[in-house]
Design a protein around this ligand. Structure first.
Ligand code: ARG
Length: 566
């Protein structure tokens, strides 16, 4: 229910201002202070038209305006403040929520069209970094939000499984590698070889030549090269999948860079046919002057393809295969230039659908102020972070609720949820520092705080033996007190929050919202004896039930679970 709509109706029907309904509605504001009413109308724009001061206009108009759902109208300086009929309004809002049940907040912006989401996309034989965690959880949340607003999200893991580094890795493995070590701890071992390769190559440049040679062999299908590459890839995937399982994220496709190998020639041919490919010092490039961008390097002088060549093939494949309404790439900010070039090349090729491709960038996570890197071996392993978070959660649960039945499971939901939530509550472009102890806290603006509010609400319902099947038909929603109304007002925002998160590709909108809802519920809980056995008991419980529904839906959109007890 749109509260501004109520007020706009009242203003339109009881005045004859020279403003349309929409103009009136757009002017309405939600005052920061509760004491200023629920909605305010600023009179400044009317001053010229009515040749009066905004103060006088407010005073005059306030006397004329009345309408359904409006309890008080009061002039306050140049503003007219409206206080709504809280009983009536909450009744309407809650009725709407109960009627929609689990579908509350669902929107019909999409008509089931496909939206591809390129997300996670770690590099084979390297640890998944905190940056890949960001891409995984932001991508997953965006996919959930796309679904909620009516699209069909397709989650694609564009694994980094091709490129000259695999030649280097093969050389390193052949020089220093040991099969058993790799089987035991694949990514850590392979990383070690890779780091050693870079160290030794600084002294001995011939290693780089060998690396190039082995990559060429790999490209030409040499059996030994392919076998090693396949093995590195399989072992890496096993580890990545362990992390995805922990996070509860699933992919529709694991089509990495190598998947597009046999489409690269097609891209080159297309560029040649369209007269776009130019030779430059032996390399092949596409000029992007008209976009104010540097030329895109398509083939090196030795004929090797590049990252962007594979992304061109990828983009065409996705358009052909999924006919996407939108194609989203959740990839770090540092690749913005790459995606600008990618879209520009596609534009020069005449592919107008490149306008539906969106790079959704995000900032860095630092640990103790340090940038994380994989090249130097200075890494924070995501799996360790998640395991530590689960352990911390377990300790807290142990002290708060030692008798909890499924402690292990809840510790997992809380620990992992805490890491995911922390990632998502920041505007995605902001960089932020990650301090585990702050993330797994039951107080403050954290995931566990929101989960705990939800568990507390659920425990009230359990204690009272609340029967949720009655909720849709019961009509005692009339709660007059102000803390209850604050909660209802928050609940009412959910659909508009989903919409805002969708348009901005910004899951943090939802994270911030559930924090606010949890806070307003906790205030209500602190000030009200919810289980008091009076004639409002059912109304209060119904409100608590609505809170659990929306908190759970919000957390789930973020990919965070909502245990009913913790
Ligand atoms: N593997 C790349 C990296 O870790 C990210 C790939 C992103 N997706 C893409 N289609 N380029 O930097």
């Amino acid at each position: 229910m749109d509260l501004k709509q109520l007020v706009a109706n009242a203003i339109e029907s009881s005045t004859d201002l020279d403003l349309s309904y929409d103009e009136i509605k757009d002017l309405l504001e939600v005052p920061r202070h509760e004491g200023h009413g629920d909605i305010a109308f600023p009179c400044f724009v009317l001053a010229k038209q009515l040749r009066k001061s905004p103060q006088d206009i407010a005073k005059d108009l306030a006397q004329d305006i009345s309408g359904e759902g409006i309890a008080e109208v009061e002039a306050a300086g140049p503003y007219i403040n409206f206080k709504l009929d809280h009983e009536l309004v909450s009744q309407n809002i809650l009725k709407e929520i109960y009627a929609q049940g689990k579908d509350y907040g669902t929107l019909n912006i999409g008509k089931g069209e496909n939206v591809t989401i390129d997300m996670s996309s770690p590099n084979i034989a390297k640890p998944m970094s905190m940056g890949h965690l960001r891409s995984t959880v932001i991508g997953n949340a965006i996919a959930n939000i796309e679904k909620k607003v009516g699209f069909n999200p397709i989650r694609i893991n564009h694994l980094g499984d091709w490129g000259t580094q695999f030649g280097k890795l093969i050389v390193a493995y052949k020089n220093w590698g040991n099969e058993e070590d790799v089987r035991r701890d694949p990514i850590a071992e392979l990383l070690k070889y890779y780091v050693q390769f870079h160290e030794e190559a600084e002294e001995d440049d011939s290693l780089n030549d060998q690396g190039r040679l082995w990559f060429k062999k790999l490209e030409d299908g040499d059996p030994e090269a392919v076998e090693l590459w396949t093995w590195f890839k399989d072992e890496s995937l096993k580890e990545f999948n362990r992390i995805y399982d922990k996070l509860g994220v699933e992919f529709d496709y694991y089509t990495g860079e190598a998947f597009y190998n046999d489409r690269l020639q097609g891209i080159v041919d297309e560029l040649v046919d369209k007269g776009l490919l130019e030779k430059n010092q032996g390399a092949s490039i596409v000029n992007l002057d008209e976009f104010d961008l540097n030329p895109a390097l398509i083939l090196k002088s030795d004929g090797a393809s590049l990252y962007i060549t594979r992304d061109l093939a990828t983009a065409e494949y996705r358009k052909e295969t999924f006919d996407f309404a939108e194609s989203i790439y959740v990839v770090g900010n540092e690749q913005s230039y790459h995606f600008k070039q990618l879209k520009a090349v596609l534009a020069r090729m005449g592919h107008d659908w490149q306008e539906d491709m969106h790079h959704v960038p995000f900032g860095l996570i630092t640990a103790g102020g340090k940038k994380l890197s994989t090249r130097k071996g200075n890494v924070i392993l995501l799996e360790d972070v998640l395991n530590d978070a689960v352990d911390l959660a377990k300790e807290q649960i142990e002290s708060k609720n030692p008798d909890l039945a499924n402690k292990e499971e809840v510790a997992h939901q809380v620990g992992v949820g805490a890491v995911v939530f922390h990632d998502l509550k920041n505007d995605r472009l902001n960089s932020f520092d990650f301090v585990l102890e702050e993330v797994v806290q039951f107080e403050g603006e954290t995931g566990p705080y929101v989960q705990y509010a939800n568990a507390r609400a659920n425990s009230l319902l359990r204690k009272a033996g609340f029967d949720e099947s009655k909720v849709a038909t019961q009509h005692e929603f009339a709660l007059a007190d102000e803390d209850a109304f604050a909660v209802v007002k928050e609940l009412n925002l959910f659909p508009s929050i989903v919409e805002k998160a969708y348009y901005g590709y910004e899951p943090s909108v939802i994270a911030k919202y559930v924090i606010g809802l949890a806070q307003s519920f906790n205030r209500y809980y602190a000030n009200t004896r919810i289980l008091n056995d009076d004639d409002q008991l059912n109304a209060r419980l119904s409100l608590v039930f609505a809170v659990t529904q929306v908190l759970e839906a919000g957390l789930n959109l973020l990919g965070v679970q909502a245990p009913k007890e913790m």
